[in-house]
Design a protein around this ligand. Structure first.
Ligand code: HEC
Length: 197
């Protein structure tokens, strides 16, 4: 009797461990890089809020008119790409950035001065994929709760051009992310001719 019980416990344990390791393997595969649908659309990265928070912008006016609501932008990148960047001052293939956009307000609760983030306004995403995209970097916009997005066409569109010409490291605007700028300076990876000040 005791033996049967022991066998049952061991079987249950084995099943539990097998299930857990297959779940972990699936999670690792999903976490590896950008996911695309069969017809080439980028799948909305569901867990970007668990990535590394890079920095925020407030009311930056490269895409806005001064009379528009001042928007907040929050930038996130995957931990593996971040670690690579810290070591090399460059971005590995399959790097994905999310720029989360929020409207702002200054009126609410106990707030007397200053602004905070209020209404979600969309996600801009940038992916480095040297095989998939002829120009290495591609740009996507998820409105509302869109679950997939096509890369913005044509390949060297306004997003690509502004990032190509003005971003400090490859296509990333690290001149606006103080901690990442330090790394670029120490690794000497800032593109020649870019305005930092
Ligand atoms: C006129 C220049 C310009 C254009 C056009 C532009 N961006 Fe950017 N982008 C910036 C600047 C400046 C930042 C950094 C500041 C910030 O946080 O908003 C940035 C940041 C980003 C980031 C965060 C990672 C990074 O590269 O630093 C993403 C993602 C992004 N933009 C996507 C897009 C997409 C998608 C489009 C087109 C729909 C676009 N951008 C168009 C200037 C531009």
């Amino acid at each position: 009797m005791r033996k049967t019980l022991l066998v049952l416990v061991l079987v249950a344990l084995a099943v539990f461990l097998a299930l857990r390791s297959s779940r972990e393997a699936a999670a690792a595969a999903v976490g590896d890089g950008p996911q695309f649908t069969a017809d080439g659309k980028l799948v909305r990265p569901a867990d970007y809020r668990r990535w590394i928070f890079v920095s925020s912008g407030f009311g930056m006016s490269y895409t806005q008119r001064p009379e528009d609501t001042q928007m907040f932008t929050n930038v996130f990148v995957k931990p593996a790409a971040y670690d690579y960047y810290l070591a090399n001052g460059k971005w590995p293939d399959k790097t994905m950035f999310v720029l989360e956009i929020y409207g702002s307000t200054s009126k609410g609760s106990i707030n007397k001065h200053g602004s905070y983030q209020k209404d979600f306004a969309g996600l801009d995403v940038e992916v480095k994929d040297e095989k998939r995209f002829a120009d290495k970097w591609a740009y996507f916009n998820f409105e509302g709760d869109d679950q997939t997005a096509s890369s913005i066409a044509p390949s060297q569109n306004a997003c690509w051009k502004c990032h190509d010409q003005n971003a400090a490291v490859e296509h990333s605007f690290v001149q606006f992310y103080p901690e990442l700028l330090k790394v670029a300076k120490s690794k000497n990876t800032i593109k020649p001719g870019v305005h930092l000040e």
